[in-house]
Design a protein around this ligand. Structure first.
Ligand code: GDP
Length: 448
């Protein structure tokens, strides 16, 4: 995600290696690397220019302050860190401030009108937001299929609704304005407190589409209008956002497919160009791959400093009630393949391994270009699934013939099963040793 931009900042940081201070020359070299990467990532030209100017001015200002202060105290923070701090502030300024909270109505259902071009991920995002509202905001949402042109659109929404357990409203053969108006009445009957209208999209902006959307807006008076933009569309996404905002006055943007796009410059330009903030990020095709947008989190990920707050949020989202029990069993050496399987599933729910690693701090410690492969998790799951219940719980020892059977059942090589077992046993031993070392402390915990 945003790899091109990140690499520009990484290169910029290197320009200060071995340098004692910020100088006009090294600031210029560094910002030139950043400028190149921003343009390559399709950040709008004007936005790039202003951003670079702001960073340069601030850094040059720092240079003066640092020089003045040098006589009294030795510089504690390296020039690279000073420079990256400035970049962090300016990136946050570029994408924020953002209030990712939606506007909620009082005494009547809240409405959210979802708009966007076809293929941007609008329907998927509508489902993601409904699921987010249901699970994390404890609301009772309903989905409204108001796209009557794409043949499979209503069906797609119904399938999504079923998967997340949210009712879907649609009237076959009716026009979108009527569908949306009727949906408002239905919300009371179904006792739903949030209505999400999935409106039609087109391949490009045209008058018919815009008129229809304007009609839906005036008849439903939505509390929120969210525009779904595809990060892969680069500057076109920004132009589209401008047009939608001029006509509909959108509340904010959901930037999708940031997981897949190495460039994704639109994420940096959209607020500066349209004045409208990104409220959510779409980070994958799965329905739980939605993040509330935090400019400081994205800025810090771009700068290779991770995003611990984001990681904690991911964790809280997926953590299960028995996690504490599991941790205790682990420290007592009772950790089983069944527990391991559950943990893999939890990691998978948190997102792709690449995204998770990108949120860890001290990114410099990871080898550049190192690929973390989600398929490894799938292989391990397949091997665990091929074990018998007793083997999974550790009651039956895994001998050679059992390993052969597991390998055959999971379509993996025997060597892979052996490796898994070796690593698993090693990990279990290590955890148990840790548990013993913590013995004094654990004695105070009931049940230990
Ligand atoms: P719509 O025409 O705008 O309603 O688009 P859809 O919701 O049908 O999505 C189009 C495609 O984009 C589908 O294959 C989705 O799975 C995919 N998609 C949607 N959001 C994301 C995302 O955040 N990341 C990725 N990688 N794919 C996405």
């Amino acid at each position: 995600m945003l790899d091109v931009i990140s690499s520009g900042f990484k290169e910029a940081k290197l320009k200060f290696k071995g340098k004692a201070t910020l100088t006009e020359e090294n600031i210029k070299e560094a910002t030139s690397a950043i400028r190149k990467s921003l343009l390559e990532a399709d950040v709008e030209y004007g936005v790039t220019k202003t951003f670079i100017k702001r960073v340069q001015e601030k850094a040059l200002g720092q240079e003066v302050t640092l020089k003045a202060g040098k006589a009294q105290s030795k510089m504690k923070v390296s020039p690279a860190d000073h420079f990256i701090n400035i970049c962090q502030e300016e990136l946050e300024g570029l994408m924020g401030p953002v209030d990712s909270e939606l506007k909620y109505a009082v005494n009547r259902p809240t409405s959210i009108m979802m708009v966007g071009l076809q293929g941007t991920g609008k329907t998927t995002t509508t489902g993601k937001i409904a699921s987010f509202l249901k699970n994390q905001k404890k609301r009772k949402p309903m989905l409204v299929a108001a796209d009557i042109y794409r043949p499979a659109a209503a069906q797609q929404l119904k399938v999504l609704g079923e998967r997340i357990g949210v009712p879907v409203f649609h009237i076959e053969g009716e026009n979108p304005v009527v569908i949306c108006e009727e949906a408002k009445k239905k919300a009371f009957e179904w006792e739903c407190d949030t209505i999400l209208y999935d409106t039609a999209g087109r391949l490009t902006i045209d008058e018919t589409l815009m008129t229809e959307l304007a009609d839906i807006k005036s008849s439903t008076s939505p509390d929120n209008i969210l525009l779904v933009c595809d990060a892969m569309m680069g500057q076109d996404a920004v132009t589209t956002a401008k047009s939608f905002d001029e006509l509909l006055e959108i509340s904010g943007v959901v930037m999708t497919k940031l997981d897949g796009d190495a460039r994704g410059g639109a994420a940096l330009s959209i607020k500066e160009v349209t004045g409208k903030p990104i409220k959510f990020l779409g980070m994958g095709e799965e329905l739980d791959r939605l993040e509330e947008f935090r400019p400081e989190g994205l800025a810090s990920r771009i700068l290779g400093m991770g995003d611990v707050v984001g990681l904690m949020q991911d964790f809280e989202r997926v953590v299960e009630d028995d996690q504490e029990d599991q941790a205790m069993r682990m420290l007592q050496g009772q950790f089983s393949y069944t527990d391991f399987y559950k943990q893999i599933e939890m990691i998978q729910k948190m997102g792709s391994l690449k995204d998770l690693v990108a949120k860890l701090p001290m990114q410099d410690m990871f080898p550049q270009g190192a690929e973390v492969d989600d398929r490894e998790l799938l292989k391990i799951k397949a091997m665990i699934s091929s074990m018998t219940k007793k083997e999974r719980l550790g009651a039956d020892n895994l001998d050679q013939s059992r390993m052969q059977r597991i390998a055959k059942g999971s379509g993996r090589a025997v060597k892979e099963v052996q490796e898994l077992h070796q690593k698993f046993t090693g990990m279990k031993k290590m955890m148990s040793m840790m548990g013993k070392n913590m013995g004094g402390m654990m004695g105070k915990i009931p049940g230990m």
